[in-house]
Design a protein around this ligand. Structure first.
Ligand code: HEC
Length: 173
């Protein structure tokens, strides 16, 4: 009887160890350095989504050092529902693809990618203000996430000023 309970205890201990290991391997998935944080997935295939708009941020803009150049905005199908109704359902993803603008005497053409700004509506995995989680992927990287909790809050705070579910842009037919 005693040997059974020792075996049972060992079983429970090894179960706990396995659970801890799997939780810690889940946490280490985070690349922003935050323990236990679920990260935003790279928006694979976003260039095939709906192109919402493009605007160009010029050198005189105070935001030029961050988002200078072309800003191409794309939305997935759920976010398109949001553009139509003013309420963005969970699973909405909007991308702003920031690309250098290179001038020659006749044209302004796209250069290298600066970064990819992403906002994801997900109130299940994230508790961010307004229900949107913001992320920035560096240059062409699909894994280098740039934002910290503090810089991410800057994104939320400015977007919160807009009353259309935090999305500034409109979809033009
Ligand atoms: C000071 C205010 C401000 C801050 C801070 C800010 N944004 Fe924005 N963002 C805007 C405005 C304004 C637009 C719309 C520009 C336009 O359509 O002309 C925009 C557009 C966007 C869009 C396209 C969807 C939309 O709302 O139109 C994304 C995606 C985005 N921002 C991501 C981010 C991320 C990621 C951060 C933080 C790294 C961030 N923003 C920080 C003001 C801000």
């Amino acid at each position: 009887m005693r040997s059974i309970s020792v075996t049972a205890k060992l079983f429970v201990v090894s179960l706990v160890v396995v659970m801890c290991l799997s939780i810690s391997s889940f946490s280490s998935h985070s690349e922003s350095g935050d323990v236990n944080e679920v990260t935003v997935e790279y928006p694979e295939g976003y260039r095939d989504w709906t192109h919402v708009k493009t605007y160009v941020v010029k050198p005189k803009s105070p935001a030029f050092s961050i988002i200078g150049g072309f800003n191409h905005v794309y939305a997935n199908d759920k976010a398109m529902t949001g553009y139509q109704t003013g309420h963005f359902p969970n699973g909405s993803v909007i991308v702003s693809d920031v690309v250098h603008a290179n001038d020659d005497s006749l044209n302004t053409r796209e250069g290298a990618r600066v970064h990819l700004d992403v906002m994801v509506k997900d109130t299940i995995h994230f508790q961010d203000p307004g229900g949107w989680r913001f992320e920035t992927f560096e240059k062409d990287s699909k894994s280098m996430r740039f934002l910290t909790p503090t810089t991410r809050l800057d994104c939320n705070n400015c977007h919160l000023k807009h009353n259309k579910d935090m999305v500034f842009s409109n979809y033009r037919r």
